[in-house]
Design a protein around this ligand. Structure first.
Ligand code: GCB
Length: 593
């Protein structure tokens, strides 16, 4: 008996250790997989009794006399993917724990391994299979996976996930945000079947500064780590072979004659990565991105980022966006605005959004939710931020559309924050030496008519993001007319936010707050100011569509919506939409000539 216990303990540890040793599996859709989306049983557990009563075991009473105070079978369901807030009225403001449960059968084919992969769970997820803990994950917007090969049975597996969306002082984000704290299994849940030794991840992009040097790596996971790897891009007549080292990593370097990806030519190649034991296909674009002085160079040519900020808020319905249709609608509106660039605020959006941007030709700024007053002194907060950075980069490092990784939004300028963010920037550059680093930063008045950009964080960035609300939180729209901008850096600046609120259909004169006319006038005065900034290389107004926020309380006007959208949450274009569109058309025409 004792021996058996030791063996069970050993096996449990081995599973846990293996789960931790596995990084994020790249390209889930391109693999042998089974979707677990659909209805999941869900127990709402505000006092977290489930920890004490072992909801993870999901047992049914064995006799009529057995005492048990919970039942997954008798409880209601929630749809996955999906936030819980918009599925049931009583969960609208809920911040706490929900225990999800899904049963599934699984027929193991050959000598395969099985992982359970989560697109995202906000904010902490604890995952159990058949009563055993397989892992815990913190961070509401990035994917994670755990191996369950040794725990899965043929019939009636019980996958239980405790999801907790409480806000934590040491969390990332922390207690205060200006977006809805949608909880739950907000993105797809998938079983991923892979061979014993499989291609865990690969990184194939143009080396920085070149237009024909593909460089990167392929990483195997398993026990046959020494293998031959072939990378094929049939359309570019590429067929190259490499070998992995003792750690299962092969360094990739070769020359290729490619049609480069750009917003005008969003060319994606079918790329196949083959090992002796596994093979994966992907669609990958190749482009170069650099800065030179105050210029941003895409494929060697200076460009202006005609952008717009987007929250992951579902268009034309409510809740978190998660589907391809959501992505097509939101990015379609950005295109209609004349954008060639989107800032996906304020956390990594779902993968379909980035895949669609890649396909549609929209450059992407992707960021982690290091937002406002993070506890920069806390190692817990740092670990959470770094982990989200790792997962964001791991998921999207093969997407040509992504040109900017952002480490923070509007963080206070102090030494603890500077150390924290510099470490993140350094880490990101190790993980991905090809892309540009940025952050959305603040500025200050040098005098009454001059804004100064001198945040020391900019020293380690390639592109300076700057958020400003002159004419909304700071004076009236005309205040922008006489404002000048200065920077101590010879670097490109993107005005990463500016905006004003308006209720679609509310009309008045251009000095009446909340009207479309005020917002329209705000945009006209803003653009006048922005055109005078010599080092400005991009704009992403705040924001494409009205979005839910618990901080926006004005009845009849906001009703828990931040109304700075150029488009309302019902998809109606406000007057300001057309002002921005006209500006982008002019810029595009100038760029074409
Ligand atoms: C900001 C924040 C953004 C807010 C926005 C606003 O500076 O970065 O998250 O939603 O202002 O509307 O106030």
């Amino acid at each position: 008996m004792k021996k058996l216990l030791v063996l069970i303990l050993f096996l449990a540890c081995a599973v846990e250790a293996r789960a931790q040793a596995t990084g994020l599996i790249a390209n889930i859709a391109g693999r042998n997989h089974v979707s677990l989306d659909g209805q999941w049983k869900a127990i709402i557990d505000p006092y977290e009794s489930g920890d004490q009563y072992h909801f993870n075991r999901d047992a049914s009473p064995k006799s009529k006399s057995e005492f048990q105070e919970y039942s997954f079978d008798a409880t209601g369901s929630l749809s996955v993917p999906g936030d819980w807030n918009t599925q049931r009225a009583e969960l609208f403001f809920y911040e706490g724990a929900v225990w999800y449960k899904k049963s599934f059968d699984y027929e193991r084919k050959g000598d395969t391994r099985l992982f359970v992969h989560f697109g995202a769970a906000n904010y902490i997820a604890e995952v159990y299979l058949n009563g055993e803990k397989v892992g815990r994950h913190e961070g509401g917007f990035t994917p994670f996976n755990f191996e369950i090969t040794n725990l899965v049975k043929e019939k009636e597996n019980s996958l239980v996930v405790k999801v907790d969306n409480k806000r934590y002082p040491d969390g990332v984000p922390t207690l205060m945000t200006d977006w809805w704290n949608y909880g739950g299994l907000t993105r797809a849940v998938t079983l991923v079947v892979v061979p014993q030794t499989f291609i865990e991840d690969y990184f194939l992009q143009l080396r920085r500064g070149t237009k024909n040097q593909i460089s990167g790596w392929v990483k195997l996971n398993g026990d046959k780590l020494a293998q031959k790897i072939t990378v094929r891009i049939p359309e570019a007549k590429i067929n190259k072979t490499f070998t992995t080292d003792a750690n299962g990593t092969a360094q990739i370097n070769f020359t290729a004659d490619l049609s480069l990806w750009s917003p005008e030519n969003p060319k994606l190649y079918n790329v196949s990565v083959e090992a002796e034991t596994d093979h994966v296909e992907d669609s990958i674009g190749f482009r170069s991105i650099e800065v030179k002085g105050t210029e941003i160079l895409l494929n060697g040519k200076p460009m202006f980022l005609r952008g717009v900020c987007i929250h992951e808020e579902a268009p034309l319905r409510s809740g978190r966006a998660y589907s391809r249709e959501d992505a097509e609608t939101l990015l379609g509106w950005a295109k209609e605005l004349g954008a060639n660039f989107v800032r996906l605020a304020h956390y990594p959006h779902n993968e379909l959004m980035v895949r669609e941007a890649d396909r549609m030709g929209l450059l992407v700024w992707s960021e982690i939710p290091v937002y406002w007053g993070i506890n920069f002194e806390s190692p817990v907060a740092f670990a959470a931020a770094q982990n989200q950075l790792n997962e964001m980069i791991a998921r999207d490092h093969n997407r040509a559309c992504v040109i900017l990784w952002s480490v923070a939004n509007e963080t206070p300028n102090n030494p603890a924050r500077l150390t924290f963010l510099k470490k993140l920037v350094e880490r990101a550059r190790v993980l991905d030496p090809t892309r540009l680093m940025t952050a959305a930063m603040l500025h200050h008045y040098a005098d009454e008519r001059t804004q100064m950009i001198d945040d020391p964080l900019a020293e380690v960035l390639d592109v300076i993001g700057c958020n400003e609300y002159i004419g909304w939180y700071d004076g009236l729209p005309t205040k922008a007319d006489t404002m000048e901008w200065k920077t101590i850096y010879q670097k490109p600046v993107v005005m990463s936010e500016f905006g004003a609120e308006a209720v679609y259909g509310l009309h008045g004169d251009d000095l009446t707050r909340w009207t479309e006319e005020y917002q329209e006038s705000f945009y006209r005065h803003q653009l006048g100011m922005l055109k005078r900034i010599p080092f400005l290389r991009g704009t992403s107004p705040w924001i494409l569509m009205d979005f839910r926020s618990p901080r926006r309380l004005l009845p009849g006007v906001q009703d828990y919506y931040n109304r700075k959208g150029l488009v309302s949450n019902r998809g109606e274009r406000k007057k300001a939409f057309y002002v921005m569109q006209e500006f982008y058309r002019e810029l595009q025409q100038r760029a074409d000539h």
